[in-house]
Ligand binder design. Structure first.
Ligand SMILES: Nc1ncnc2c1ncn2[C@@H]1O[C@H](COP(=O)(O)OP(=O)(O)O)[C@@H](O)[C@H]1O
Ligand SMILES: [Mg+2]
Length: 380
């Protein structure tokens, strides 16, 4: 007991990806080696309040059932296990203790934040943990923030010389002031179809493929509901392939996986509720294309100054033998049946070991940071 690593898991969050986070947290809690780790669940409710304590873990089980996340993303052999465990559904009230993050450092050695999307994957939670002086797993403040903002991320990738689709950025105020002019600019530079996205979301929320001017107007309106920064991209007809990166400064890449979406694009439903999406691991690619993807993924990771983990998503246009980067996810889906863990399982690192490695990387990064002196006076 004495030498166990006290592993805090922060999950839930004030985000549209709340549900997915519960499933991730549950998976991690189940998978970690109990001889090595003592898990402290820390649940951020939809209203932003924090709860901690043992009962919370059980309540996660219940919540997950409410979500019906047992579709396509997981192989059927595991559905049974998942469903068998979870029986009660209801409007349960959580009975954990209120958690104060500034005092949580006394109760944990390291935290694995598994909140996806805004207010979690965007550097805010990471900033809180930095302030509280708690080592944590995964991406730091800057890379999280940049990785969450599709516009900023694309600007950084451009700087790093990574090939991408053409894109344009707009402010909500600009769109609201003169949507006709915005649409003209888009038509001139990108044409149809084009993709309209809120800069700061995830899981395809608020994203539309616009096929004509009417579509475009509606797409802009929708995206503006989610964010004040909007990105519009040229459409690319291509295969969607993804790769995992693991490490801080010395980087490992996983095998490459392919997402084969039955629907028009890989949207929220397809991602988390099944809907005929297939993950093909490993993707069937010529070796030189695979090598190029691995190199580009490392370049992207370094361009953001990532740490711990990221899943890097690409479009592969077979006809033109072109690989373009789509995005980096600094807190990718992380259940055992999510792409990132499956890619590393295929590469020889099973789920529990992957968690182990990530915790170590988090602790190492914290140590590395301790080497920085704060004031010049500390110099001898
Ligand atoms: N420029 C594009 N051309 C073609 N398809 C796209 C383009 N941008 C996005 N998509 C489709 O929409 C999906 C979601 O877009 P993405 O930018 O990855 O958002 P999210 O962060 O929500 O995953 C992609 O997986 C892909 O299927
Ligand atoms: Mg994506």
């Amino acid at each position: 007991m004495g030498n166990k690593i006290r592993l805090g898991i922060i999950y839930g969050g004030k985000t549209s990806e709340h549900e997915v986070s519960l499933l991730t947290a549950l998976s991690i809690m189940k998978a970690v080696d109990k001889n090595k780790y003592e898990v402290q669940p820390i649940y951020v409710q939809m209203d932003g309040t924090w709860l901690k304590g043992g009962p919370i873990a059980d309540q996660v089980l219940e919540s997950v059932n409410v979500l019906r996340l047992d579709g396509g993303v997981s192989p059927s052999s595991n559905d049974q296990e998942k469903q068998g465990q979870i029986t009660h559904v209801g409007n349960q009230s959580l009975v954990g203790k209120p958690a104060n993050v500034m005092s949580i450092h006394q109760e944990v050695d390291v935290i694995f934040p598994v909140i996806h999307g805004p207010n979690g994957e965007d550097g805010t939670v990471q900033g809180l943990l930095e302030l509280a002086g708690i080592p944590y797993v995964g991406t730091g403040v800057m890379a999280s923030a940049v990785g969450m903002d599709k516009l900023m991320m694309k600007n950084v990738f451009a700087q790093a010389g990574l090939d991408q689709v053409q894109y344009m950025g707009f402010l909500r105020s600009q769109i609201e002031r003169d949507v006709a002019s915005v649409m003209n600019q888009i038509e001139q530079k990108l044409g149809y179809p084009c993709f309209v996205k809120p800069a700061n979301m995830g899981s395809s929320v608020g994203i539309t493929k616009a096929k004509d001017r009417d579509d475009l107007r509606r797409a802009l309106e929708l995206a503006c509901k989610f964010d004040r920064r909007i990105i519009v991209e040229e459409f690319i007809k291509a295969r969607e392939v993804e790769i995992g990166v693991l490490g801080n400064e010395e980087l490992h890449t996983s095998v490459i996986g392919e997402v084969i979406a039955a629907k028009e694009f890989y949207d929220y439903e397809a991602k988390y509720k099944g809907g005929g999406t297939d993950l093909k691991i490993p993707a069937d690619l010529p070796q030189q294309v695979a090598d190029r993807i691995a190199e580009m993924a490392k370049t992207a990771f370094q361009a953001l100054d990532g740490s711990g983990l990221s899943r890097v998503d690409f479009f592969y246009d077979e006809e033109n033998d072109r690989v373009v980067i789509n995005e980096v996810n600094t807190m990718p889906g992380f259940t055992p049946f999510s792409m990132y863990p499956m890619l590393f399982a295929e590469a020889g690192i099973p789920y529990a070991e992957l968690i182990d490695r990530l915790v170590q990387l988090g602790l190492e990064r914290y140590e590395e940071k301790q080497r920085n002196i704060v004031a010049a006076e500390e110099l001898e």
